[in-house]
Design a protein around this ligand. Structure first.
Ligand code: SF4
Length: 278
């Protein structure tokens, strides 16, 4: 998985399958719209961890209408809860990211089997250093149409606006697609999850454990349990710190457009998995 993806393939070779894996995020969605009339036999897929936000499922339904084609939902054979149990309740983390491997990559590779595939990836021209965690099977060839055609964030937003599809609803409080408990969330986003989806926040909290013998904590956020994070005073502090930090970085942050805040909002974080978050 660590080798770079293949990038040389003859896209006119009729033996190739053409596949775009949607994450429910803005970039892969814009790429789907961009390619809709350029690659007629494109297969749209979504690797469904079954732990996604309802906003993501709603957005995918809207995308299907715009594409005029179904998005194939790929579901893992073994779901998150069973995987977690098999791993002694050891939660995934940026360092030990077993969830992406098992819930996204493997199911995708099983779906394509050994077919020759050109996979279209929505990394933009203005993020040349973005690295992703994508399959490097030798039968998968990666193509980056936005990079090849100089399409950056403005171009992506234009594609979404021109199509009237817009952005997924979760962008009002969270910057990424993916599982509701994704460990790439910032604390401010966990607060957003609690405010928008208290039931899901509680579910995420129930996954956390403390080893009775060693006292070691298995938490989504390093060094802080969700129970601690959800205390009213703590939440106020997280919101305050977030606003202060953003105002310091961007003096007109309060009046900034959603578009202009996107790239700053979580730019100091690891980019995560492109199959989950693009
Ligand atoms: S969205 Fe986050 S938690 Fe879900 S599979 Fe991807 S990295 Fe793991």
């Amino acid at each position: 998985m660590s080798a770079p993806p293949n990038t040389h393939a003859n896209e006119n070779d009729p033996s190739f399958r053409h596949i775009l894996s949607l994450s429910g995020g803005k970039d892969s969605t814009a790429l789907a719209l961009y390619l809709r009339d350029r690659i007629p036999n494109l297969e749209y897929v979504f690797c469904d961890t079954q732990k996604e936000l309802q906003e993501t499922y709603d957005y995918l339904n809207k995308i299907e209408v715009h594409l005029g084609k179904p998005i194939i939902r790929i579901v893992p054979k073994i779901g998150f809860d069973d995987l977690l149990r098999n791993r002694g309740n050891f939660l995934p983390s940026p360092q030990v990211r077993w969830c992406t491997e098992n819930l996204k990559i493997k199911p995708f590779e099983e779906y394509i089997k050994n077919d020759q595939v050109i996979m279209y990836i929505g990394i933009r021209a203005d993020e040349p250093n973005r690295k992703g965690y994508i399959s490097t099977k030798p039968n998968i060839y990666a193509k980056f149409p936005f990079v090849e055609n100089g399409i950056g964030l403005d171009g992506v937003m234009r594609i979404l606006e021109d199509s009237n599809l817009g952005l997924p609803a979760y962008y009002s409080w969270r910057s990424r697609s993916g599982c509701f408990f994704c460990f790439y969330q910032q604390r401010r986003e966990w607060v957003g999850l609690l405010e928008k989806h208290p039931g899901l926040f509680k579910e995420a909290m129930d996954y956390e454990r403390e080893d009775a013998l060693t006292g070691e904590k298995y938490t989504w956020v390093q060094g802080e349990s969700l129970s601690e994070l959800s205390q009213p005073k703590r939440m106020e502090k997280i919101k305050e710190d977030y606003t202060k930090r953003k105002l310091a970085e961007t003096p007109n942050f309060k009046n900034a457009s959603l578009l202009s805040t996107f790239e700053r909002q979580f730019s100091d974080e690891n980019n995560g998995c492109i199959i989950c978050h693009l």
